[in-house]
Write a protein that binds this ligand. Structure first.
Ligand SMILES: Cc1cc2nc3c(=O)[nH]c(=O)nc-3n(C[C@H](O)[C@H](O)[C@H](O)COP(=O)(O)O)c2cc1C
Length: 171
Protein backbone atom coordinates (compact mmCIF):
# COMPACT_ATOMS: atom_id res chain seq x y z
CA UNK A 1 0.00 0.00 0.00
CA UNK A 2 1.10 3.54 -0.75
CA UNK A 3 2.50 5.13 2.43
CA UNK A 4 0.12 8.10 2.36
CA UNK A 5 -2.86 5.72 2.11
CA UNK A 6 -1.43 3.71 5.00
CA UNK A 7 -0.88 6.85 7.11
CA UNK A 8 -4.42 8.03 6.41
CA UNK A 9 -5.92 4.65 7.24
CA UNK A 10 -4.20 4.41 10.64
CA UNK A 11 -6.19 5.91 13.45
CA UNK A 12 -6.16 5.91 17.24
CA UNK A 13 -8.15 2.80 18.11
CA UNK A 14 -9.89 3.07 21.46
CA UNK A 15 -12.13 -0.01 21.38
CA UNK A 16 -10.87 -3.58 21.15
CA UNK A 17 -12.30 -7.05 20.69
CA UNK A 18 -11.50 -9.89 23.12
CA UNK A 19 -9.32 -11.68 20.57
CA UNK A 20 -5.85 -12.11 22.07
CA UNK A 21 -2.79 -10.76 20.27
CA UNK A 22 -0.63 -13.62 19.00
CA UNK A 23 2.96 -13.87 20.26
CA UNK A 24 4.28 -13.75 16.69
CA UNK A 25 2.69 -10.32 16.24
CA UNK A 26 4.27 -9.06 19.45
CA UNK A 27 7.60 -10.38 18.13
CA UNK A 28 7.15 -8.41 14.90
CA UNK A 29 6.33 -5.24 16.84
CA UNK A 30 9.52 -5.69 18.85
CA UNK A 31 11.44 -6.19 15.59
CA UNK A 32 10.00 -2.91 14.26
CA UNK A 33 11.25 -1.20 17.42
CA UNK A 34 14.71 -2.66 16.89
CA UNK A 35 14.82 -1.39 13.29
CA UNK A 36 14.12 2.24 14.25
CA UNK A 37 16.88 4.76 13.62
CA UNK A 38 18.47 6.41 16.68
CA UNK A 39 21.15 9.07 16.98
CA UNK A 40 24.65 7.55 16.58
CA UNK A 41 22.75 4.24 16.67
CA UNK A 42 22.87 4.34 20.47
CA UNK A 43 19.44 2.69 20.85
CA UNK A 44 18.86 4.24 24.28
CA UNK A 45 15.43 2.72 24.82
CA UNK A 46 13.53 -0.21 26.20
CA UNK A 47 10.07 -1.54 25.41
CA UNK A 48 8.16 -3.17 28.26
CA UNK A 49 5.30 -5.54 27.49
CA UNK A 50 2.80 -5.36 30.32
CA UNK A 51 0.28 -8.17 30.49
CA UNK A 52 -1.55 -10.30 33.03
CA UNK A 53 -4.77 -9.17 34.72
CA UNK A 54 -2.99 -7.97 37.88
CA UNK A 55 -0.54 -5.80 35.96
CA UNK A 56 -3.24 -4.31 33.73
CA UNK A 57 -5.20 -3.42 36.88
CA UNK A 58 -2.10 -1.61 38.18
CA UNK A 59 -1.87 0.33 34.91
CA UNK A 60 -5.50 1.39 35.21
CA UNK A 61 -4.50 3.31 38.32
CA UNK A 62 -1.94 5.37 36.40
CA UNK A 63 -3.90 6.10 33.22
CA UNK A 64 -7.58 6.16 32.28
CA UNK A 65 -6.57 5.06 28.75
CA UNK A 66 -6.11 1.29 28.66
CA UNK A 67 -9.30 0.77 26.62
CA UNK A 68 -9.90 -2.72 28.00
CA UNK A 69 -6.86 -4.34 26.35
CA UNK A 70 -4.90 -7.17 27.89
CA UNK A 71 -1.50 -6.05 26.60
CA UNK A 72 0.15 -2.65 26.83
CA UNK A 73 3.57 -1.72 25.43
CA UNK A 74 5.47 1.00 27.28
CA UNK A 75 8.35 2.79 25.52
CA UNK A 76 11.03 4.28 27.73
CA UNK A 77 14.13 6.39 27.02
CA UNK A 78 17.37 6.13 28.97
CA UNK A 79 19.32 9.41 29.01
CA UNK A 80 22.57 7.82 30.18
CA UNK A 81 22.69 5.60 27.07
CA UNK A 82 21.91 8.33 24.54
CA UNK A 83 23.94 10.62 22.31
CA UNK A 84 24.39 14.14 23.67
CA UNK A 85 25.05 16.99 21.23
CA UNK A 86 28.20 18.81 22.24
CA UNK A 87 27.21 22.33 21.11
CA UNK A 88 24.32 22.62 23.57
CA UNK A 89 24.33 19.42 25.62
CA UNK A 90 21.04 18.31 24.10
CA UNK A 91 20.29 14.70 25.02
CA UNK A 92 18.62 12.66 22.26
CA UNK A 93 17.10 9.86 24.37
CA UNK A 94 13.48 10.99 24.11
CA UNK A 95 13.80 11.86 20.42
CA UNK A 96 15.13 8.37 19.74
CA UNK A 97 12.48 6.66 21.87
CA UNK A 98 9.77 8.68 20.12
CA UNK A 99 10.96 7.38 16.75
CA UNK A 100 10.90 3.85 18.19
CA UNK A 101 7.37 4.47 19.42
CA UNK A 102 6.32 5.67 15.97
CA UNK A 103 7.69 2.48 14.42
CA UNK A 104 5.69 0.48 16.96
CA UNK A 105 2.49 2.41 16.26
CA UNK A 106 2.81 1.90 12.50
CA UNK A 107 3.76 -1.79 12.75
CA UNK A 108 0.72 -2.40 14.98
CA UNK A 109 -1.48 -1.00 12.23
CA UNK A 110 0.35 -2.95 9.51
CA UNK A 111 -0.38 -6.17 11.43
CA UNK A 112 -4.12 -5.48 11.42
CA UNK A 113 -4.09 -4.58 15.10
CA UNK A 114 -5.06 -1.28 16.69
CA UNK A 115 -3.58 1.02 19.29
CA UNK A 116 -3.56 4.57 20.59
CA UNK A 117 -0.45 6.48 21.54
CA UNK A 118 -1.12 7.26 25.20
CA UNK A 119 0.88 10.08 26.74
CA UNK A 120 -1.44 10.76 29.66
CA UNK A 121 -0.18 8.69 32.57
CA UNK A 122 1.34 9.16 36.01
CA UNK A 123 4.93 8.12 35.44
CA UNK A 124 6.00 8.23 39.10
CA UNK A 125 3.11 6.00 40.13
CA UNK A 126 3.83 3.62 37.25
CA UNK A 127 7.43 3.22 38.39
CA UNK A 128 6.28 2.43 41.92
CA UNK A 129 4.22 -0.46 40.56
CA UNK A 130 6.83 -1.57 38.04
CA UNK A 131 10.31 -1.07 39.51
CA UNK A 132 11.85 -2.54 36.33
CA UNK A 133 11.00 0.81 34.71
CA UNK A 134 12.91 3.02 37.14
CA UNK A 135 15.80 4.02 34.83
CA UNK A 136 13.60 5.15 31.94
CA UNK A 137 11.64 8.24 30.93
CA UNK A 138 8.47 7.11 29.19
CA UNK A 139 7.31 8.61 25.91
CA UNK A 140 4.33 6.36 25.19
CA UNK A 141 2.04 3.61 26.37
CA UNK A 142 0.38 1.55 23.64
CA UNK A 143 -2.66 -0.53 24.55
CA UNK A 144 -2.66 -3.09 21.73
CA UNK A 145 -5.43 -5.36 20.48
CA UNK A 146 -7.70 -6.29 17.62
CA UNK A 147 -10.04 -3.39 16.85
CA UNK A 148 -13.64 -4.05 17.90
CA UNK A 149 -16.08 -4.48 15.01
CA UNK A 150 -17.55 -1.07 15.77
CA UNK A 151 -14.23 0.71 16.51
CA UNK A 152 -14.05 4.05 14.72
CA UNK A 153 -11.66 6.98 14.35
CA UNK A 154 -12.51 9.98 16.52
CA UNK A 155 -13.55 13.20 14.69
CA UNK A 156 -10.05 14.56 15.46
CA UNK A 157 -8.52 11.94 13.16
CA UNK A 158 -9.31 13.91 10.00
CA UNK A 159 -8.56 17.38 11.37
CA UNK A 160 -5.29 18.60 9.88
CA UNK A 161 -4.01 22.15 10.15
CA UNK A 162 -3.71 24.12 6.94
CA UNK A 163 -0.62 23.45 4.84
CA UNK A 164 0.44 27.13 5.11
CA UNK A 165 0.50 26.78 8.89
CA UNK A 166 2.68 23.70 9.04
CA UNK A 167 4.96 24.17 6.02
CA UNK A 168 7.17 27.06 5.04
CA UNK A 169 9.75 27.35 2.32
CA UNK A 170 12.85 29.36 3.13
CA UNK A 171 14.71 30.40 -0.03
C1 LIG B 1 2.28 12.12 21.97
C2 LIG B 1 0.84 11.70 21.92
C3 LIG B 1 0.13 11.54 23.09
C4 LIG B 1 -1.21 11.11 23.06
N1 LIG B 1 -1.86 10.85 24.24
C5 LIG B 1 -3.12 10.35 24.21
C6 LIG B 1 -3.77 9.97 25.40
O1 LIG B 1 -3.22 10.05 26.51
N2 LIG B 1 -5.05 9.48 25.33
C7 LIG B 1 -5.68 9.34 24.12
O2 LIG B 1 -6.82 8.87 24.11
N3 LIG B 1 -5.07 9.69 22.95
C8 LIG B 1 -3.81 10.17 22.97
N4 LIG B 1 -3.16 10.48 21.80
C9 LIG B 1 -3.86 10.27 20.51
C10 LIG B 1 -4.21 11.60 19.82
O3 LIG B 1 -5.29 12.19 20.47
C11 LIG B 1 -4.53 11.29 18.34
O4 LIG B 1 -3.39 10.75 17.72
C12 LIG B 1 -4.98 12.53 17.58
O5 LIG B 1 -6.19 13.03 18.10
C13 LIG B 1 -5.17 12.24 16.07
O6 LIG B 1 -6.08 11.17 15.91
P1 LIG B 1 -5.66 9.86 15.11
O7 LIG B 1 -4.48 9.22 15.81
O8 LIG B 1 -6.88 8.98 15.11
O9 LIG B 1 -5.26 10.29 13.72
C14 LIG B 1 -1.84 10.90 21.81
C15 LIG B 1 -1.11 11.07 20.63
C16 LIG B 1 0.21 11.46 20.68
C17 LIG B 1 0.98 11.59 19.37
Amino acid sequence: MDFLEFAKERYSCRKFSDKPVEQEKIDKIVKAAMLAPTSVNKQPFKVFEIKGAGNIEKLKKVTPYTFGTSVVLAVGAKKEDAFTRQSDNKNFAEIDATIVATHIMLEVHDLGLGTTWVGYFDEAEMKKDFPQMKDYDFVALFPVGYPADDAQPSPKHDATRAKEEIFEVIE
